[in-house]
Ligand binder design. Structure first.
Ligand code: SF4
Length: 121
């Protein structure tokens, strides 16, 4: 038997969740809604994370732009993906939603600008 505890991060209520695995049969406890049950199941079977970071901008009104992934990626790929994101440098202007890095680390996830950065005048 394997027993794992998680804190649900789907909403601010932060329910404490427990997944018990008995020969591949999962029992999930502690959730208040089905989104939390699904969260616990995913955390146990295949943890996924969203890329959030910043990218260097040359010639912009700000020196960095906030970025986010277009989809979730496996948690074990997050460090490798962030290391690749840290190497990116773009020239201003940058438009929100612009793809700054495609298919990061072969995950199929693009890294998008989360805000506009105008060119420095
Ligand atoms: S189980 Fe439901 S209510 Fe509880 S933190 Fe997760 S999403 Fe929120």
């Amino acid at each position: 038997m394997i027993k794992k505890n998680y804190t649900c991060t789907v909403c601010p209520r932060s329910c404490s969740l427990t997944v018990t695995d008995v020969d591949g049969e999962l029992a999930i406890e502690g959730f208040t809604c089905l989104r939390g049950k699904e969260f616990a199941r995913n955390e146990y079977l295949h943890r996924m994370r969203t890329i959030t970071s910043t990218v260097k901008v040359e010639g912009g009104e700000f020196s960095r732009v906030g970025v986010a992934g277009s989809c979730e990626i496996p948690k074990e790929k997050l460090g490798e993906c962030l290391r690749q994101v840290y190497t990116v440098c773009v020239k201003a202007p940058v438009k929100a939603g612009e793809v700054l890095l495609s298919d990061v680390c072969g995950t199929g996830c693009d890294v998008l600008a989360a805000m506009d950065v105008a060119a420095k005048t």
